[in-house]
Design a protein around this ligand. Structure first.
Ligand SMILES: [Zn+2]
Length: 346
């Protein structure tokens, strides 16, 4: 079990990044910071000065996409500077690229998210384009997570809503895991499952209050995302966090490409449908997603009927080893269409 060693969440904590690093390793000298152009412009100065105050040397690397080519390029560039830590500073893309690069270079990774849009903040899983896997891959767990709620509050609300989509997904992910335990005799970790479930439950319970971009909403969402990532660390697999609703999202990427909705938005739609198949209270999930401003209909992320049905039919074959409700029920074109219509996705 590999867990983050240090987690710091709070307003303005980016100014403590330098001391956060030296507390993890007193002998650290150099850090490589992987970020996006906008994040560097918005918060690069405060991040840089915090690192310098702790007498750490920093080198910055800007990434534009979460592709394996970017990882390969960075791997070559960063290996020359021999950093003690690699820092993923930014949204999901920067954190994922940093995680993968750190894994390839065998360096510890710090996750410093500037948006609370998915649970990769603290988990050992990454989604990288251009690999032979259409789903996430396991790398090393971030050794530290520093989440500045002030910075997170400056990100667009749509990203937070997407984070909520990735959190309600744990309801169906845990159900799929239980199903695999009962029908396939798969290992099931009760503690990890409960932790993931709780991170979804708090979003269901508090969804009306989360919409306001205040400290409470941001802190609740980011803590829930970190907990969900830790649940995956404890399970040693993405099982507690990712079931058929994630397969649906991966299938959408496969069928229509990456330009339709954010990860958590696609996963949220998948959760509504898989909840219906599991006989869960799917209407409560719809209400929750509506409360936080996340999409509940395919057309809100520009998807049509054919694309949704095709993705439902493709989903399970993308990862045959992951037993889910889709493996059990084996939808055909008609039942897939009926399902999407019955929960008003279409
Ligand atoms: Zn996810």
């Amino acid at each position: 079990m590999e867990l983050p060693r240090k987690i710091l969440v709070g307003n303005g904590v980016i100014s403590q990044l330098g001391s956060f690093i030296t507390e993890l390793d007193r002998n650290a000298l150099k850090v490589a910071i992987i970020t996006g152009k906008n994040v560097k412009a918005r918060a690069g100065t405060v991040c840089k000065s915090s690192v310098s105050e702790s007498s750490l040397q920093d080198s910055w690397y800007i990434v534009n996409d979460a592709s394996i080519d970017s990882v390969n390029r960075l791997q070559t560039k960063i290996s020359d500077c021999v950093p003690d830590f690699i820092i993923g500073f930014g949204g999901g893309r920067s954190v994922d690229i940093a995680k993968m690069t750190a894994f390839k270079l065998n360096k510890p990774l710090l996750s410093v998210p500037t948006s609370a849009s998915h649970d990769g903040i603290s988990s050992p899983f990454v989604s990288i384009r251009g690999t032979d896997k259409p789903h996430s891959i396991k790398v090393n767990t971030p050794i530290g997570v520093l989440a500045d709620t002030q910075l997170l509050s400056e990100a667009p609300l749509r990203l937070l809503a997407s984070g909520c989509g990735d959190l309600v997904a744990k309801l169906t992910a845990v159900k799929d895991w239980e199903l695999a335990r009962d029908e396939m005799n798969e290992y099931f970790g009760g503690y990890a499952a409960n932790l993931a479930y709780m991170s979804a439950k708090i979003i269901l319970d508090e969804s009306r209050k989360l919409l306001h971009k205040n400290g409470f909403g941001i802190r609740t969402i980011v803590e829930a995302l970190i907990s969900a990532g830790v649940a995956a660390c404890i399970a040693g697999s993405s099982r507690p966090c990712s079931g058929a609703e994630h397969l649906f999202s991966h299938a959408l990427e496969y069928v229509v490409g990456h330009n339709y909705g954010l990860h958590g938005e696609r996963v949220g739609l998948g959760t509504i449908m898989m909840a219906k198949l599991h006989n869960l209270d799917w209407e409560r999930i719809v209400e929750t997603l509506e409360n936080v401003g996340a999409p509940t209909k395919a057309k809100q992320i520009k998807l049509n009927e054919e694309q949704v049905v095709k993705s439902l039919l493709t989903a399970q074959s993308l990862r045959p080893g992951r037993y889910t409700i889709l493996s059990k029920l084996k939808l055909d074109k008609r039942s897939a269409l009926e399902l999407a219509k019955s929960v008003h996705i279409l």
